[in-house]
Structures are given as structure tokens and as C-alpha cells.
Ligand binder design. Structure first.
Ligand code: ARG
Length: 459
């Protein structure tokens, strides 16, 4: 039965009903709707709308309902209720009779849905924070195991300077840590309770909204009823945190797809996260990573769809806002799944240290070292840069590395070069020199690993 029959003399067209109903997706708010309803029943008791006994009966019935929906949420889908709010109310009336009809006193589905959705964001946000931590821990573990595994570092996808696999892991760790703080910021900002704002103008019952907010675990109540029912900033903030994090996931996935390619052969993913080809028997494809990369697009799509929907909506509630849920649910599910899948991709990963080392040794990635060496001998950097450029051309012509050029040859480029140059040109030296904060030197990498582990242990 619809919640609003009195004013109508005709039944809704079936096609309109199907178009209008949101139960098929907002059934996911059942738990939050029930929790919000219990808190509302207490607020009604405190202003004398419900007696102690009535409130207890409602709470008991709502708790029973909660257990039942948590066990089997799909049962809700068998109903023809318009949305989750109508469904919960109808179930309550079925359980306790006319008393159930008192619950909606002073409340609107507008403040109700706004509250439910914030409760959902909060719960989902906590799950995602756990997944972000799990992925960060995985990166710290791989970094510890590959503290000294040399990896070519790229700019413009050209070998630039050697780094380590650990340093690469720690770069992504930084991104996921920023994602964590971004999500926490969003959760912090949405921590205000709209319940008790009524349809738009506030509730006509003298409810202590701050107490109600605290009862639902919110920091405080929202301050303006018009804003309370029409604010969906948090939906977009959650999706924008998701978008940024998906961007990071997609870059990490892309790096790993390249490292896993036949062209580089730096890593090999486990069989558990790869798939074969129906035609080509030799193939082992990085599908998990490609899907992470691919699903990034739909999260951006959900965010921009929501921004388009809310843009220029007049105050206060409009039905357009019902469009907030499917995109949000999908974006959050996708983010959550992709974080977990990324962590899984590191399980059973093989890193071919010989290949990564070999690649790092090629491409004259120690050219900067030679320039720095000349600087240490008093040559201004710009001039040193030019000298080394000429030396690189000569090494290319001879098909060897800078470190393979005999001293006499190197001295033709600059007479200040002495025998001690060779020690500077090793990979170990390239790494060790970069010992300023945040650099790839082994002691900096150890420090970064320790700091990250301390941070994760505190959570
Ligand atoms: N299903 C609606 C939504 O998700 C609930 C609020 C309906 N309010 C209303 N006045 N029609 O936004």
C-alpha cells in the first residue's frame, strides 16, 4: 500500500510505479532505516508522542526486523513497496498493528532518507578504510622483502635512474595514505544528523535534535532544515575520494601490467589472479589488473552523473535526488572490490630481480651520476650535463655503458675524471647517493618502511 493514498482518487499507473519505485536498489538501506527509526521512536517518546510501553514495543519489533533483513536482505525485493522507508513502515504495521502507524509522526522521508544515506556512507567508509589499510600493509610487506631489489625508474617511459622495488611500493603507499585521509575528511564532514528536519521546514515536535544525533552516533545535528534534506555533498565527496583512489589504483595496475608484460618480464603474477586465452595456449593475462584499470572509468562516471543531477536543483528536496543511490552504491562497491583485488595481486607475485637489475643497468641510467661526479670536481652542473651528453653518445656508438668506457676515453671528455669515477657509476652508488629525505637510498627506504609500519600499527 502506498504511504500517501488519502488525496488520490485514482491508483498510480503501473508504468509510473515501476518508473518511480526505488526499492530495487534502496533495499540496501534497510538496516540504516531501521536503526534511524528506533532512534526516532525514542525521540517521539521523549516528547510524549509515544508512551514508554509503546516505544518499547516498536523497538522490539524493529530489532526483530533488523535481524531478519541482515540475515536475508533479498527478502525485501519480493515486496511491491515503493521504497525502503515504506517497506519498513509496512512491516512494522504488520507486526504491531496500528501502533506502527505512529512512528512517522513529525518525520518525513526526506530527512529519513538523508539520514539513512549518511549512516550507510559511514558504515561503508569504515569498510573501505580497512581495505585501504590492508593494501598499504601489503605494500609495506613487499617493500620489506624487496628492499634491495633494483628496478629501473622511468620518466616518459624511458629509463631514467635506478630505483628499488621497495621505493616503487612506497610511492603507491603514499597515494593510498592520502586516499585514507581524504576519506576520513569526507566522513568527518558528513558526521551531522539531518533527522528531525522534517520535510524541509523542521519538525513541529520539540525534539532535542542534538541528543537524537548522538543517539545515532553522529557528532552533532545539522543546522538548517532546508539544507539538511537537500544536501548531497557527502555523496559526491565519497565518490570523489573514490575517484582519486581509483586513479591511483589504475596507475599502479598499469605499472604492474607493464612489469608483467613479455617486453619487460620484471614480474610474474600468480595464476590465481590471471586468466588464459581460449585460443592461444601460451597466454597468461593480467585480467585482475586490467579490470581495476577499466573499472576506474565507471567510478568517474558515477561522480559526474551525480554532479549533473544535483546541478541547479532548486531547494529543497526534489525527486531527482533519488538518483543519488545507484551511482554511489556502485562506486563504493567498485572501489572496495578494486582495493581488495589490488592487495590480492601482490600475493604470490614473483619479481625477477635479474631482469629488473639488467634493465636498470641499460639505458645509461647512471649518466646523472657522472654529471654529479664532475660537479664534485668543480665543474658547474650545466657544463657537466653537456660533457656527459657527449660521453653518452660515445657509449651508444660503442654499444656499451658509461662504466665500460676506459679511463683514457672518459678523460677525453674531461681531464678532471680520474679512476675513482668507476665507483660512482655503479648502481649501488646511484642508489646510495640519494640519501636526502624521501630518496631511494637504502637507509631512507628503511626509514619510510618503519614509519609506515608504525602508522599502520596504530590503527
Ligand atoms: N525514495 C526517495 C529517495 O530516495 C525517498 C524520499 C522520498 N520523498 C518524497 N518526498 N517523495 O529520495
Amino acid at each position: 500500500m502506498a504511504l500517501w493514498g488519502g488525496r488520490f482518487s485514482q491508483a498510480a499507473d503501473k508504468r509510473f510505479q515501476a518508473f518511480n519505485d526505488s526499492l530495487r536498489f534502496d533495499y540496501r538501506l534497510a538496516e540504516q532505516d531501521i536503526v534511524g527509526s528506533i532512534a526516532w521512536s525514542k525521540a517521539l517518546r521523549s516528547v510524549g508522542v509515544l508512551s514508554d510501553d509503546e516505544q518499547q514495543q516498536l523497538e522490539l519489533a524493529l530489532n526483530e526486523l533488523k535481524l531478519s533483513v541482515m540475515e536475508n536482505p533479498e527478502q525485501i525485493l519480493n515486496s511491491d513497496a515503493e521504497d525502503i522507508h515504506s517497506w519498513v513502515e509496512q512491516q512494522l504495521i504488520d507486526k504491531v498493528g496500528d501502533l506502527g502507524k505512529k512512528l512517522h509522526t513529525g518525520r518525513s522521508r526526506n530527512d529519513q532518507v538523508a539520514t539513512d544515506l549518511k549512516l550507510w556512507c559511514r558504515q561503508q567508509g569504515q569498510q573501505i578504510l580497512l581495505s585501504l589499510d590492508k593494501l598499504q600493509q601489503q605494500l609495506v610487506d613487499v617493500a620489506s622483502q624487496h628492499h634491495d631489489t633494483v628496478l629501473p625508474g622511468y620518466t616518459h617511459l624511458q629509463r631514467a635512474q635506478p630505483v628499488t622495488f621497495a621505493h616503487w611500493c612506497l610511492a603507491y603507499l603514499e597515494m593510498f595514505e592520502r586516499d585514507t585521509t581524504r576519506l576520513k575528511d569526507a566522513l568527518n564532514r558528513l558526521d551531522t544528523c539531518p533527522l528531525g528536519s522534517g520535510a524541509l521546514a523542521g519538525t513541529a515536535y520539540p525534539i532535542d535534535r542534538d541528543a537524537l544525533a548522538q543517539n545515532l552516533g553522529f557528532k552533532r545535528a545539522t543546522r538548517n532544515s532546508l539544507d539538511s534534506v537537500s544536501d548531497r555533498d557527502h555523496v559526491m565527496e565519497m565518490m570523489s575520494a573514490a575517484s582519486m583512489s581509483m586513479l591511483h589504483l589504475s596507475r599502479m595496475a598499469e605499472d604492474m601490467i607493464f612489469y608483467n608484460s613479455g617486453e619487460s618480464g620484471f614480474i610474474e603474477l600468480a595464476d590465481t589472479v590471471t586468466s588464459g586465452s581460449s585460443l592461444m595456449p601460451q597466454k597468461k593475462n593480467p585480467d585482475a589488473l586490467e579490470l581495476i584499470r577499466g573499472r576506474t572509468g565507471r567510478v568517474y562516471g558515477a561522480l559526474s552523473a551525480m554532479m549533473m543531477t544535483v546541478k541547479a536543483l532548486p531547494l529543497a528536496y526534489n525527486k531527482d535526488m533519488q538518483e543519488d543511490k545507484e551511482g554511489l552504491f556502485d562506486a563504493m562497491d567498485t572501489w572496495h572490490d578494486c582495493l581488495d583485488m589490488a592487495a590480492l595481486c601482490f600475493e604470490g607475485i614473483t619479481i625477477h630481480k635479474d631482469k629488473t637489475l639488467q634493465a636498470a643497468q641499460q639505458g645509461h641510467a647512471n649518466a646523472t651520476e657522472l654529471a654529479d661526479y664532475l660537479v664534485s670536481k668543480g665543474i658547474p652542473f650545466r657544463e657537466a650535463h653537456h660533457i656527459v651528453g657527449v660521453a653518452v653518445v660515445s657509449a651508444i656508438e660503442q654499444g656499451c655503458g658509461l662504466e665500460d668506457l676506459p679511463l683514457a676515453t672518459l678523460q677525453q671528455f674531461s681531464p678532471v675524471i680520474e679512476d675513482d669515477v668507476y665507483a660512482m657509476l655503479t648502481i649501488e652508488s646511484c642508489l646510495a647517493q640519494r640519501r636526502a629525505l624521501g630518496g631511494v637510498a637504502p637507509e631512507q627506504v628503511s626509514f619510510a618502511i618503519q614509519e609506515a609500519q608504525k602508522r599502520l600499527d596504530k590503527r
